[in-house]
Design a protein around this ligand. Structure first.
Ligand SMILES: Nc1ncnc2c1ncn2[C@@H]1O[C@H](COP(=O)(O)OP(=O)(O)OP(=O)(O)O)[C@@H](O)[C@H]1O
Length: 446
């Protein structure tokens, strides 16, 4: 990294307030940030810290209340001419084909029809959508739709690519795959743009992708810390260096210094303290019933079947099936292979087990692979009373997920933990209970 690299975006002392019923809400306060040519910057912060607001100021979609945003030295006075956006929600027009959706970005810039077509085809090719030019968005999976989102932004060859949680609407495997490809394409120069700002609330995603992570504090949003990520690409998420950075950022976000990681810990790698618990790894919001149903269906079908056939049999959209497949994969009960899903040895045993054994097996798998379940059990075992309230866990989950998703994560963990008889939940008092707690029996009867 040289200090002479050109600054493309310069955010100077930006404050942004919005009018509310009760007066005015300051969302950003005194934010200064620059993005230099060729660097990938991640903007990380809790939900509501103003990440999207800052991104929209940089894109020139909204004007700061005070302060300025400049592109190549010129203060913005409207849309930023050097940027293109990728949204979480894909934002594709359903009545246009892939090619037409990608061409849209160029049409807005007044590019001639033939040139438009040629450049759109090239962008589609680069992003791995060759062959889907004439498909409509509804024919595509979530991952492919987001590829269209990327192609539409990249076709204009922006100086800076702005991304607002581009992977968060995708299932775990698809987002993993697309992130990996992005890293590869940035690395080998396939993409026309290498300068990027990505908004995320996923610490690992930020450290996997970015050269620099900027952490925003909340209420009002202001820069809390900046951190250079000097690791070579592609980055190994299990390396101690990567994990140390994750801990450091977690410590910055929670205001607590990261505890050193334990080297070997019983219980499948649970580590004391913060994100080391892995609760930022989302659990697929799937019930144990759905999961059991899928594994049984696979076992009945000889242990393997096409995802499309399974979805058809269950009368699910493929998008609805994917979280269940994610859960089965997370718990090592099944493994996707291309367009097929294959049961594992563990999955066979699970499908063949009687109710009691299935529960025992599930409990072991959930403790190994579901960090939030493991965390709850560990907390319960550490209290003298065998009972804990959910408020504190929810508050921590909200750091990584919005309010609704935090609740969904907790609900999923409760469902899994109850099924595995790892703990009980008393909805009236909002307490989680060890099975040995005197009130737990009451919950089982209820
Ligand atoms: N147009 C608006 N009018 C009023 N309030 C707004 C407006 N846009 C954003 N806000 C408020 O500003 C705060 C920050 O929102 P913003 O979307 O920028 O946060 P964020 O960090 O991107 O959050 P998330 O991760 O949940 O998307 C929120 O409290 C939001 O309600």
């Amino acid at each position: 990294m040289t200090t002479t690299t050109a600054t493309l975006i310069d955010v100077r002392d930006v404050t942004k307030s919005f009018a509310t019923d009760g007066g005015e809400k300051t969302v950003l306060s005194g934010v200064s940030l620059s993005i230099r040519q060729g660097e990938i910057v991640a903007l990380l912060g809790r939900s509501g810290s103003g990440k999207s607001t800052l991104l929209r100021c940089i894109a020139g979609l909204i004007a700061p209340t005070s302060g300025s945003v400049s592109f190549k030295g010129d203060v913005l006075n409207g849309a930023n001419p050097g940027t293109a956006l990728v949204f979480q929600s894909f934002a594709l027009l359903p009545w246009l084909t892939v090619l037409e959706n990608v061409e849209l970005g160029l049409e807005a810039k007044g590019v001639r029809a033939e040139v438009r077509r040629e450049r759109a085809l090239r962008a589609i090719d680069q992003i791995g959508l060759d062959g889907f030019e004439s498909a409509y968005p509804k024919e595509l999976s979530g991952g492919m739709r987001q590829r269209v989102g990327f192609a539409r932004a990249l076709v204009v060859e922006p100086d800076v690519l702005l991304m607002d949680e581009p992977f968060s609407a995708l299932d775990v495997l698809t987002s993993e795959n697309l992130r990996g490809e992005l890293v590869r394409m940035w690395g080998d120069g396939t993409l026309p743009t290498r300068t990027a700002l990505i908004v995320t609330h996923n610490i690992e995603e930020a450290i996997q992708l970015a050269d620099r992570v900027v952490v925003l504090d909340s209420n009002p949003g202001r820069i809390k810390a900046e951190l250079a990520v000097g690791l070579p690409q592609p980055r190994d998420r299990r390396s101690p260096e990567f994990e140390a950075l994750v801990d450091e950022v977690y410590g910055i976000l929670t205001g607590q210094p990261a505890e050193p990681r334990a080297t070997a810990v019983e219980g499948g790698g649970a580590r004391p303290g913060g994100v080391a618990d892995g609760i930022d790894l989302p659990l697929p919001a799937v019930s144990t019933g759905e999961l059991g149903g899928l594994v049984e269906l696979l076992a009945e079908r000889g242990g393997q079947d096409g995802l499309a056939e399974i979805a058809d049999e269950l009368r699910y959209e493929i998008d609805d099936l994917l979280p269940i497949v994610d859960a089965a994969q997370l718990l090592k009960l099944a493994r996707p292979q291309g367009t097929e899903l294959r049961i594992t040895e563990q999955g066979r045993r699970y499908a063949a087990a009687d109710q009691l054994r299935a529960k025992e097996q599930f409990a072991t798998l959930a403790m190994e692979a579901a960090p939030l379940v493991r965390r709850i059990v560990r907390d319960l075992r550490h209290t003298g009373t065998g009972a804990i309230g959910t408020d504190e866990i929810l508050a921590e989950l909200r750091i990584f997920y919005g309010t609704d998703d935090a609740q969904r994560q907790l609900d999923t963990a409760i469902d899994w933990g109850r099924y595995g008889e790892l703990f009980e939940f008393d909805a009236d008092s909002g307490r989680l209970l060890l099975p040995t707690h005197p009130d737990a029996e009451q919950q089982r009867i209820a």
